[in-house]
Design a protein around this ligand. Structure first.
Ligand SMILES: C[S@@+](CC[C@H](N)C(=O)[O-])C[C@H]1O[C@@H](n2cnc3c(N)ncnc32)[C@H](O)[C@@H]1O
Length: 188
């Protein structure tokens, strides 16, 4: 369902490319793709010169990712407890993987991403966005999901200890009517 390589999503592709370039420039090319699903973006990160490992809660997704990308590492793990030491990653990608996280639980997920980032490490988070004042819960193909006011999402990222420095918000490719948002932040 999700295994395209962003061929029809030029804005997401541009942000992923910028993320990879900035991570490479900072020197630590180890990155975690959290909530990697079938691993297509983990593979893209590899093609972009990064040493990427994928994490997903779903054993089926991890199995699919391993079969599709046998040379890459995929680990069955929760985003709330990544099985890696503190500060190992130069970057964390969370591409529509926090969309299912209830708002009250998002700070803990972001805290875990901060824990695994090295100083100067980057987070790229992509999510559904809304102009509404508060997060909106909606039915998603798999399980309920949330769209976020971008400022509110950025504030949580900031509260977690990261410095948001780039955002790209655009009309969606989907019929759902939510915006697509891509937010990049740096650990100082
Ligand atoms: C909408 S898919 C996105 C997959 C991939 N990142 C992409 O952009 O195509 C959301 C993924 O996040 C995973 N996920 C959701 N909650 C998670 C959690 N708490 N820990 C780890 N993975 C999670 C799901 O299993 C699913 O594969």
């Amino acid at each position: 369902m999700f295994a395209d390589r962003l061929e029809t999503r030029p804005f997401a592709r541009a942000m992923l490319g910028s993320f990879a370039e900035l991570v490479r420039g900072a020197g630590n090319v180890r990155v975690g793709d959290v909530g990697c699903g079938p691993g297509h973006l983990t593979a893209m990160l590899g093609d972009l010169g990064l040493d990427a490992v994928g994490f997903d809660l779903s054993a089926a997704m991890v199995g699919h990712a391993r079969r599709a990308n046998p040379s890459l590492g995929f680990v069955e793990a929760s985003m709330e407890a990544l099985p890696v030491e503190d500060g190992v990653f130069g970057g964390v990608l969370a591409h529509y993987s926090m969309i299912h996280t209830p708002p009250a639980e998002l700070p803990a997920v972001l805290a875990e991403q901060v824990r695994v980032l090295a100083p100067g490490g980057l987070l790229l988070a992509s999510f559904f966005a809304t102009d509404a004042a508060d997060p909106i819960r909606f039915d998603h193909k798999v399980t309920p999901a949330y769209s976020w006011p971008v400022d509110a999402f950025a504030e949580l990222v900031s509260d977690a200890g990261l410095i948001p420095f780039a955002r790209l918000v655009h009309d969606p490719a989907s019929e759902r009517g939510f915006l697509d948002a891509h937010l990049m932040a740096r650990l100082s």
